[in-house]
Ligand binder design. Structure first.
Ligand SMILES: Cc1cc2nc3c(=O)[nH]c(=O)nc-3n(C[C@H](O)[C@H](O)[C@H](O)COP(=O)(O)O)c2cc1C
Length: 204
């Protein structure tokens, strides 16, 4: 049976809970669920990685994991999901040739990147993809999902809690709360070709 790894980093718990929903929803494959620091090998046919968006990039522990395992990850299909507070679809996505999924909190019309204000630009999907490419230029993400996650000051480190309080003061649309929905996660996983793309390695 083909093996899938679902690995994640989570600070306030939403990425972990989404990873668990994915784990529970995968029924026809052998699947492991593991916090990223516990991953000891990558003997899997497909890998799903979950990370909070931190300043437009994956969390530092996920960046470290990507860099440390670069060789092995370049030969595997990767599906990656971000949890975040904000995200905008933009006209440059198609240049990147990545399947994009945004949950029901985040989906909206596609805007022209050049016409976006600086907040929107920094939270645009193609900016997130470009940031990922600066970490591992050759990494091929087969499917990239965005779920609005969770913001709870009390669950964050003192420093991160202060940062996010300031973000909320500057941008009144960002508010504490739990946003992700199980059904949105299930829709991503039940998409046609989700497993075909995850488990068909066309790289050697
Ligand atoms: C230090 C820090 C930086 C963040 N930067 C962003 C950001 O640039 N864009 C965004 O949409 N959300 C940002 N967030 C919000 C998190 O991505 C969001 O709260 C996520 O759901 C948290 O996941 P967790 O519950 O698994 O920790 C940031 C959160 C923290 C703590």
């Amino acid at each position: 049976m083909q093996k899938i790894l679902v690995t994640y980093y989570s600070e306030s718990g939403s990425t972990k809970q989404i990873a668990k929903i994915i784990f529970d929803t995968i029924i026809n494959y052998d699947v492991d669920l593991m916090e990223v620091s516990k991953v000891e090998h990558l003997n899997y046919d497909g890998v799903i990685i979950g990370t909070p968006n931190m300043y437009g990039k994956p969390a530092p522990k996920i960046i470290k994991f990507l860099e440390k395992n670069e060789d092995k990850l370049l030969t595997k299909p990767i599906h990656l999901f971000f949890t975040c507070m904000d995200c905008y679809l933009d006209n440059e996505i198609k240049e990147h040739n990545v399947e994009i999924y945004t949950d029901s909190n985040l989906s909206g019309k596609i805007n022209i990147l050049e016409r976006m204000n600086s907040w929107e630009k920094s939270h645009a999907v193609s900016t997130y993809i470009r940031n990922l490419k600066t970490i591992l230029p050759s990494l091929t993400i087969s499917s990239l999902a965005f779920f609005k996650g969770r913001l709870r000051f009390k669950s964050l480190s003192l420093f991160n809690s202060m940062v996010m309080r300031i973000v909320c003061l500057v941008n009144r649309n960002i508010k504490q709360g739990d946003y992700y929905k199980r059904q949105d996660v299930e829709i991503w996983i039940k998409q046609k070709d989700f497993f075909a793309e995850l488990l068909t390695s066309n790289r050697s």
